[in-house]
Design a protein around this ligand. Structure first.
Ligand SMILES: Nc1ncnc2c1ncn2[C@@H]1O[C@H](COP(=O)(O)OP(=O)(O)OP(=O)(O)O)[C@@H](O)[C@H]1O
Ligand SMILES: [Mg+2]
Length: 244
């Protein structure tokens, strides 16, 4: 692996579920240290791609590599943080107990774990609620705990599946401020979203439709290519066009 090794490299990646082609011939290289946005309608393959990247699902053909290692790869999985679309917290444990649990799953323990728990609680502004049971928290607070759990082992790649779904506008902005903070310290982020205002904050974007990568690039470059005023119009333009 060299410093220029892409954080994510897809090579002719296909995934089928029976007769359903969920990902079709995806090839893509994402440089390290940026926030990369995945957008596309329901069922376009965003979650399927993320599950392959974290190593919990296998491609039908082709490869998905993280930091130069073809997934699934046990060692590489340890440097990935994954916030799932559905909530994956223990409701009957406290915020802190959830964080400690996920930390230990990723091999963090002892004083290192205690320090990280404090740090991520500060990052997501939940230090005062560390002793609260997750079931007693609001939906937005639970999203923040989920993000904190994905971060507790200081992953080099953070994969976030619609982290701001159902989150109020103020917290959405806060989440994106966290993401900027993380990329400044060298974390790479792959994030899916249905909010195009958020997509603007990504350095690069990929648009999936029916498992195909329709277009990818920097938001401004895509908008210029589509000769559109807004990102909405940009994506309508590209999603109606055949992939290049
Ligand atoms: N475990 C599975 N078994 C069968 N089909 C699946 C499975 N997982 C995903 N699919 C199918 O793969 C396609 C892509 O689904 P996926 O969940 O990746 O979409 P998505 O882009 O994440 O959508 P959303 O925006 O609704 O979250 C869909 O047609 C879906 O029904
Ligand atoms: Mg999804």
């Amino acid at each position: 692996m060299t410093p220029a090794t892409p954080i994510i490299q897809l090579d002719r990646l296909h995934k089928r579920f029976g007769a359903i082609p969920a990902l079709k011939d995806l090839s893509l290289s994402i440089p390290a240290g940026i926030t990369y946005g995945l957008i596309g309608p329901n069922g376009s393959g965003k979650t399927t791609l993320m599950r392959i990247l974290v190593g919990i699902s296998r491609p039908s053909s082709g490869t998905a590599a993280v930091l130069g290692r073809v997934m699934p790869d046990r060692e590489t999985a340890k440097v990935i943080g994954y916030m799932t679309q559905a909530e994956a917290l223990y409701q009957d444990l406290t915020v802190e107990e959830n964080l400690r649990f996920f930390g230990r799953v990723y091999g963090v323990s002892g004083a290192g774990l205690s320090r990280r728990v404090d740090e991520v609680l500060e990052l997501v502004d939940l230090a005062p609620r560390r002793k609260s049971l997750v079931e007693e928290l609001s939906g937005g607070m639970r999203r923040r705990v989920s993000l904190a759990c994905a971060l507790v082992h200081q992953p080099r790649l953070l994969i976030l599946d619609e982290p701001t779904a159902g989150v109020d506008p103020e917290l959405r902005i806060q989440f994106w401020d966290y993401f900027e903070k993380l990329t400044r310290t060298g974390t790479s982020i792959l994030v899916s979203t249905h909010h195009l205002d958020e997509a603007w904050r990504c350095l690069r974007l990929g648009l999936l439709r029916e498992g195909e990568l329709m277009i990818e690039g920097a938001p401004d470059a895509l908008r210029a290519e589509a000769k559109a005023d807004t990102l909405e119009d940009t994506f309508l333009y590209f999603s109606r066009r055949r992939p290049t």
